[in-house]
Write a protein that binds this ligand. Structure first.
Ligand code: KG4
Ligand code: ZN
Length: 340
């Protein structure tokens, strides 16, 4: 089976070609530079950029895969959640292509695609579900922070989520307070590598509460108050690194502790992590170490498939289609605010 997948839920325009579990191409056009000027994603600009970039990106994905539209057996696209008009741009283009080819249109839930992305290998890029097992899975990105119990393939339920800001949002907003450009997550990661995570003590929200929820708005506010009292601190390069390392440690400590605790409580032997924040070096290191200590297997999405990409959409669409799930009617409504 050969399909083209499209992802336009936020600020990456992406198209991928997937054939029988193998990723033949995965083209991502990032709009980061455009939104950086405004300190965050501007929905209207994102939509315009998707409309501008979608066709060139899709053509490149087909060219790199050496696949023509005549060879496609299906078309897949993210149907939500995400920015409504950004989603519409990709979804309607995909529907039009599927309609013109008289092929099935497969609508994919964005969080579900992140959820299964740790089972994508990189060399060569392909899905490997042979090792698939029940898990407690952390999905962390700019728009969502979810802890999910995966009972078996396509049977999962959300254990907890953030009550306010997502983990990535917290990275981006605290970074902005320190004068870093959007998105600040990768820059905090880089600067924190040479910083002292114990230099400043920021709160670990909800760490000890007996639930699987998160809350990061208070941490951001605490960094804000601290910097209002000490405005010159980020001007010193080493102090900035220490601030980054300390804020990062607060976020990562909570994510790791609550994920491992849930896995132990529920008797799961495997923990996975995915989404843009799963690129974070401290999170990867600390989660792997905590899992090892607890006797759990740890499976992290590869960095390439952690941030938004169409390959994860295509892999899940194909897998669900093969399992007899997945087609949506060409006139189906998108539901931008869907929960997992
Ligand atoms: O999954 P993603 O590409 O988009 C959403 O679905 O939101 O995640 C983007 C988020 C941003 O908040 C970005 O700052 C964060 O992931 N991020 C990181 C790192 N790389 C990306 N956060 C911390 N450390 C990183 N290395
Ligand atoms: Zn995402």
């Amino acid at each position: 089976m050969t399909l083209v997948a499209i992802e336009t839920s936020c600020d990456e325009t992406s198209a991928a070609v997937v054939r029988d579990g193998c990723i033949l191409s995965n083209v991502i056009s990032s709009q980061t530079a455009i939104h950086a000027e405004y300190g965050g994603v501007v929905p209207e600009l994102a939509t315009r950029e998707h409309l501008r970039n979608l066709m060139p990106v899709a053509r490149q994905a087909l060219r790199e895969a050496h696949v023509t539209v005549a060879e496609l057996d299906a078309v897949a696209a993210t149907r939500g959640p995400g920015l409504p008009n950004a989603l519409l741009a990709g979804l309607k283009a995909a529907e039009a292509l599927a309609f013109s080819l008289r092929k099935p249109m497969l609508g994919v839930h964005h969080h579900e695609a992140h959820l299964y992305s740790p089972w994508i290998l990189t060399d060569p890029p392909r899905a490997d579900f042979t090792q698939f097992e029940a898990s407690v899975s952390l999905i962390v990105s700019g728009g969502h922070t979810l802890l999910v119990l995966v009972e078996e393939m396509f049977r999962h339920r959300v254990l907890g989520s953030t009550l306010d800001d997502a983990a990535g949002e917290c990275f981006d907003k605290t970074g902005k307070l320190m004068g870093l450009a959007y998105p600040a997550g990768p820059e905090i990661d880089r600067l924190a590598a040479a910083g002292n995570p114990k230099a400043y003590s920021f709160p670990r929200p909800m760490l000890n509460e007996a639930n699987d929820d998160f809350s990061f708005a208070g941490l951001k506010t605490s960094v804000r108050y601290f910097l209002e009292k000490n405005p010159a601190l980020p001007d010193d390069p080493q102090t900035l690194r220490d601030l980054c390392a300390s804020a990062q440690a607060a976020i990562v400590d909570v994510l790791v502790a609550k994920t491992v605790r849930a896995a132990r409580r529920l008797g799961r032997r495997c923990v996975t992590a995915s989404g843009g924040v799963a690129c974070n070096s401290a999170l990867r290191r600390q989660l792997a170490a905590a899992c090892q200590e607890a006797g759990l297997r740890c499976r992290l999405s590869d960095r390439k498939f952690s941030t938004d990409n169409a390959a994860m959409i295509g892999i899940l669409a194909e897998r669900k289609w093969m399992a007899g799930l997945g087609e949506i009617a060409v006139d189906a409504e998108i539901e931008p605010s869907w929960a997992l």
